[in-house]
Design a protein around this ligand. Structure first.
Ligand SMILES: NC(=O)c1ccc[n+]([C@@H]2O[C@H](COP(=O)([O-])OP(=O)(O)OC[C@H]3O[C@@H](n4cnc5c(N)ncnc54)[C@H](O)[C@@H]3O)[C@@H](O)[C@H]2O)c1
Length: 361
């Protein structure tokens, strides 16, 4: 597959060629797309993750020979350090996490251990590995102290979180901030953090996420049970977010942005899209065979009913602009699943979506 023929907004062509990049969480949904993106741009990508947890798994579908990807647990400081010392990365994307709200209620200690101490171990390894010039620590829109009114969070808002997952992501940010201020304030690697909302795209089979739940119900012809239909989330396509991440890291590498800064990525237009809107889009035309019963039920656990991010800082300073509206993002997502379930060549189709995205950009 060809590389993009022209430069994308904020991303100079050729930057990634031969860069040594370590992605923690490369076997996950976002990590798989990011790995493919960077490999296609000529980077030498390495991974540090647990084995893929879903079946099917995007990672296993895309990478037939994943020799670049190391199995290791970020809760184990020695494993993380050994991995960094073997690989000697120049750039680190830290995505590995217990990434779901519901399991954080059944295993809060495990969630904090992975998301908080795991981040400490990654930052310690960065501190001990002089080859690292830039790192992105990924958290979430849920890192912010929940607001009682309809507020689109800005980067200077307080960290918080009322459930274990959200609090663990607030802590991820606080840990990163403490390391940045204590060890990387004026020297060493430029470490930045990225906060994004609900990411959609092909290849996510996580439990208890809306798109995978819809896809599973349609494919297995089972009733679709949806919680919290009126909740608002900042949906965006995984390729828009990946573009945000790589643009941010490149500008941090080139010291074009403030050291140690934090960045929101989300839709720029303030359209409140609810869970029910997404389900309606999906079942009214995007998916064939969509005549499945849908039940809306209240959540079994507490979640923030309104989450919106103000991404104008990323738009203004990184020149990052999402290219796919929610509607288009949903079309691309369900086209991907249609292709997969029709047993068409999913690697070729995923690369085609990447190429189409680069053409848009
Ligand atoms: N997908 C979303 O909508 C979304 C929204 C906001 C934030 N995020 C954040 O983005 C990041 C990636 O999300 P995702 O959707 O790709 O998640 P995912 O669950 O698909 O992938 C998680 C990755 O982390 C790895 N991991 C988990 N525990 C680990 C451990 N103890 N040691 C080593 N690796 C471990 C897994 O192996 C996997 O590679 C996470 O930090 C998540 O919290 C995701």
């Amino acid at each position: 597959m060809g590389r993009p023929a022209c430069s994308m907004e904020g991303v100079v062509m050729g930057f990634w060629k031969d860069k040594r990049v370590l992605i923690t969480g490369d076997t996950g949904f976002k990590g798989s797309w990011l790995t493919l993106w960077l490999q296609e741009q000529g980077a030498e990508v390495f991974g540090l993750s647990l084995s893929p947890s879903s079946s099917p798994s995007l990672f296993n579908l895309l990478f037939a020979d994943p020799h670049f990807s190391h199995r290791g647990d970020i809760r184990n400081a020695d494993e993380v350090l050994n991995c960094f010392q073997r690989i000697q990365p120049e750039i680190v994307f830290h995505l590995a996490a217990q990434s779901l709200v519901k399991p954080s209620y059944t295993d809060p200690a495990g969630t904090f251990s992975t998301n908080v101490m795991g981040t400490v171990h990654v930052l310690e390894a960065i501190k001990a590995t002089p080859s690292v010039k830039t790192a992105l620590i990924v958290s979430s829109d849920k890192c912010y102290e929940p607001s009682t009114y309809h507020h689109a969070f800005v980067e200077t808002d307080a960290m918080g979180g009322h459930d274990p997952y959200s609090a663990s992501k607030g802590c991820t940010e606080l840990v990163a901030s403490a390391y940045i201020h204590s060890f990387f304030h004026s020297q060493g690697p430029n470490i930045v953090t990225g906060r994004a909302g609900n990411v959609i795209g092909g290849g996510d089979w996580s439990a208890d996420r809306l798109i995978p739940d819809i896809v599973r119900a349609v494919h297995e012809k089972k009733p679709l049970v949806i919680r919290n239909p009126n909740y608002v989330r900042p949906w965006q396509h995984v390729l828009d977010l990946t573009q945000g991440y790589v643009t941010l890291v490149q500008q941090a590498w080139e010291n074009q942005i403030e050291r140690g800064s934090s960045w929101n990525f989300g839709p720029l237009d303030r359209i409140d899209t609810t869970v029910k809107d997404v389900v309606d889009h999906a079942l009214n035309g995007l998916i064939h065979h969509s005549s499945i019963p849908v039940t809306f039920k209240p959540a079994e656990f507490s979640e923030n009913p309104y989450l919106a991010l103000n991404a104008s800082k990323s738009h203004q300073y990184l020149k990052w602009t999402p290219k796919l509206s929610v509607k288009t993002a949903l079309s691309w997502t369900f086209e991907w699943y249609d292709t997969f379930y029709k047993h068409n060549d999913i690697v070729a189709f995923t690369k085609k979506q990447l190429q189409d995205y680069w053409t848009l950009a």
